[in-house]
Design a binder for this molecule. Structure first.
Ligand code: UT7
Length: 332
């Protein structure tokens, strides 16, 4: 391990993997009472990817990581740690990270899953930066991956229209320049609001006072309006705080990467904080809400398009079930 003090962290490579099958709003309108117009206007979503039987959190996560390793020029066996952020893994035991570790040959790395829903990737990135910066690790892979379409009841239009499947990964490595990497980070949670989005499997999982709509055991239960209001406020606070703490002006940030949950939530932050819209990355129209995968998929698209300039900051913000929220200002 290299000298810990005075070092920074660099994103050495990113990757993504999404199922081939695409479900459009028009497809959904054939099975529930909804329309392309309603979904697009209320969420910004036009289409989402849906996993086939053979596509899993494990396989999508593995494929995203293999691409990230390839771009980073790093072998799996060189990784010190693999963090898989997901709330839709196939098995609780062992972790998805352990299985991905085997698949990429990381046979000596710390491997664990992280359940912070849509904030999971950012929680992982913040933790990884800290671990590398203080010299506990040199190379860490973070994967955000979800197959949420298996957890939604396709006849429930209040939930099924939102979610999509996919994976994104980033490989973080130590860098001699201490200015690189995370220069501001926050991670929060407020468990009093967990009932706004949860996955009840048996009757005892359902709180007594949650009676608003029929309970569908085995499927995600979401109180969309409540989360929406919470997210609008938290997004704005998190971005405002990130700029204030780092002394950055809105136009000194090269990209704002917000969790892709609803385009209207992102637009309200643009309006309120006067963010330059062309610097706020949006791909929700093509992917829907992929929870923990949403931020790393955005990141990978930006890197792949050659749109990430070295030496300039990126602001990342997420919120999700738990409820959780997190932010990070990353110097590239
Ligand atoms: O990643 C974190 C997790 N989740 C989120 O971030 C989700 C945050 N919430 C949202 O994005 C929005 O609340 C939704 C997109 C889920 C819903 O949009 P909304 O503007 O909050 O709609 P609403 O639930 O207030 O419903 C408005 C109307 C209702 O009809 P009435 O009562 O006004 O006649 C609904 O029954 O729209 C109806 N509606 C629909 N109509 C067509 C609800 N879902 C649909 C639908 N298609 N899919």
């Amino acid at each position: 391990m290299t000298e810990a003090f005075g070092r920074g962290v660099r994103i050495a490579g990113t990757g993504r993997a999404v199922p081939a099958h695409v479900v459009t709003n028009h497809d959904l309108a054939k099975i529930v009472d909804t329309s392309d117009e309603w979904i697009a206007q209320r969420t910004g979503i036009r289409a989402r990817h849906k996993a086939a039987d053979h596509e899993t959190v494990f396989s999508l996560g593995r494929d995203a990581l293999l691409k990230a390793l390839d771009r980073a020029g790093i072998k799996g066996e060189e990784l010190d740690m693999i963090i898989v952020a997901s709330v839709s893994g196939e098995m609780l035991c062992p972790s998805t990270a352990a299985r991905i570790g085997e698949a990429v040959g990381a046979n000596d790395a710390a491997v664990f899953d992280l359940a912070a829903a849509c904030s999971g990737f950012l929680y992982g990135m913040n933790l990884a930066d800290t671990m590398i910066r203080c010299g506990r690790a040199d190379r860490i892979a973070i994967i955000g991956v979800e197959v949420l379409t298996r957890l939604v009841d396709w006849s429930d239009r209040t939930v099924s229209i939102i979610f999509g499947d996919g994976a994104g990964a980033a490989v973080l490595v130590a860098d001699p320049d201490p200015r690189k990497g995370c220069v501001h980070q926050t991670m929060h949670g407020d468990g009093r609001l967990w009932r706004t989005l949860y996955h009840p499997k048996v009757p005892r999982d359902v709180p007594d006072n949650d009676t608003a709509n029929p309970i569908r055991l085995g499927y995600l239960r979401m109180h969309g309006r409540e989360i929406y209001k919470f997210a609008v406020t938290r997004f704005q606070q998190a971005i405002h705080e990130a700029l204030e703490r780092t002394g950055l002006k809105v136009d000194e940030v090269q990209h704002y990467i917000c969790h892709q949950s609803n385009q209207r939530i992102i637009e309200s932050a643009i309006e309120k904080l006067r963010l330059p819209p062309e610097r706020v990355y949006v791909n929700i129209d093509r992917y829907g809400n992929t929870s923990a995968a949403s931020i790393p998929i955005c990141l990978d698209e930006l890197f792949e398009a050659g749109r990430v300039e070295s030496g300039k900051p990126i602001v990342l913000v997420a919120f999700g079930a738990g409820v959780t929220w997190a932010s990070c200002v990353w110097n590239t």
